[in-house]
Design a protein around this ligand. Structure first.
Ligand SMILES: NC(=O)c1ccc[n+]([C@@H]2O[C@H](COP(=O)([O-])OP(=O)(O)OC[C@H]3O[C@@H](n4cnc5c(N)ncnc54)[C@H](OP(=O)(O)O)[C@@H]3O)[C@@H](O)[C@H]2O)c1
Length: 336
């Protein structure tokens, strides 16, 4: 079985930006996140241990968002970075979700909200700039022109280096439209997209990946393990057989624990055995081997999970194994 001692994450290029970033990114969605049952998935101490483990494996790309843990994720990352050379890390954050219940301007991508939120992000991370700013979702109330003009201003001011669009599936045309406007105005376009993509959620395999290829966008998939479904800890008959905080979400069971997904998992187990890896490592390796994918965003609740997942970088799948996994779930792929 591959373990972390063999892992030294390599750099890959982020689309056409020229920026060299880690082949596996580290996601902090679960930092300070409360489950519906009131449990915190990852506290500050664990968060710092996870960042230490990621760094020890050579990881240099940290993905966060201003709503993760209501700002705690960014603060904890900022504290962790304080003892380090910030220049060595690529940090991505996101804006969109409403943060004040009684204030409609505190959601979306209107200029007032975006500018204010970016200032707060920089404060919490205690840094002068963000490497990558994503819009967390598309805001239908702000025109694409307004959005791209605002984002371009942030790039020109040096507060943000590159722009990304998170999710927006299956609306590839919205990213295309925004980039066409940016191009025609000489503004900074989106360089990166962050869609949900894993062995059981393949909706982006239609127009979306093609659009990303056309614009030379980096593709950084989130929930690469289907929120833990692809790790082997769920059983067709018995349901959850190990520890999980993620499964405390009411939508999880409906979205992931289906007969069709368990059939796919059987093939995943078979390929995992052949390459002497775990299902989680094999599912991540499949994603890394997919044409058009730049770097999955790896999530983990414990250091053991993270170490297991990062070791996926050392796993080589044959074309036949990739094809078998790809074909184990037939499209079309409706949203989960
Ligand atoms: N742009 C967006 O809208 C968006 C949305 C979601 C996520 N993201 C980004 O993507 C990152 C990853 O998403 P995700 O957390 O959903 O990823 P994921 O890898 O699909 O799921 C991670 C969860 O699966 C379980 N797990 C992971 N590795 C495991 C292992 N080896 N063995 C057993 N269980 C394991 C853990 O939960 P349990 O132990 O509780 O089961 C862990 O918290 C996030 O941190 C965030 O940065 C972005």
């Amino acid at each position: 079985m591959t373990d972390l001692e063999d892992v030294d994450l390599e750099f890959v290029q982020l689309g056409e930006t020229g920026l060299q970033t880690s082949e596996l990114q580290f996601g902090t969605w679960r930092f300070g996140k409360e489950t519906e049952a009131g449990n915190v998935e990852i506290d500050e101490e664990r968060g710092h241990e996870l960042l230490d483990a990621y760094e020890a494996a050579g990881g240099r790309f940290i993905d966060t968002a201003d709503v993760y843990g209501n700002g705690k994720a960014e603060r904890w990352i900022g504290d962790w970075l304080a003892d380090r050379d910030r220049e060595r890390y690529t940090i991505a954050s996101k804006v969109y979700w409403q943060i004040r219940e009684d204030d409609p301007n505190s959601r979306g991508t209107n200029r007032k909200n975006v500018r204010h939120r970016v200032e707060r992000i920089l404060d919490r991370l205690d840094t002068d700039y963000l490497d990558l700013l994503y819009i967390h979702r598309w805001d239908d109330q702000t025109s694409a022109r307004e959005l791209m003009k605002t984002l371009n201003g942030l790039v020109e001011s040096g507060k943000v280096h590159y722009l990304g669009a998170s999710t927006l599936r299956p609306n590839a045309w919205k990213v295309a439209k925004a980039n066409e406007i940016a191009r025609s105005e000489g503004w900074e376009p989106f360089s990166v997209v962050q869609p949900r993509y894993n062995l059981v959620d393949r909706e982006i395999e239609g127009d979306y990946l093609e659009m990303a290829r056309h614009y030379g966008l980096a593709v950084c998939p989130w929930s690469p393990l289907g929120q833990g479904f692809l790790t082997g800890k769920y059983d067709r008959e018995d349901g959850l057989t190990g520890q999980s905080r993620a499964a405390e979400s009411s939508r999880f069971e409906e979205a992931y624990l289906t007969e069709e997904n368990f059939d796919l998992h059987d093939e995943l187990d078979a390929v995992a055995d052949e390459v002497d890896a775990t299902p989680a490592q094999t599912a991540l390796a499949w994603l890394v081997h997919r044409d058009g994918v730049t770097a999955p965003i790896v999530g983990a609740r414990t250091v053991d999970q993270l170490e297991e997942n990062l070791a996926a970088a050392t796993i080589d799948l044959s074309d036949d194994q990739v094809d078998r996994l790809t074909e184990a779930k037939q499209g079309p792929y409706p949203g989960l």
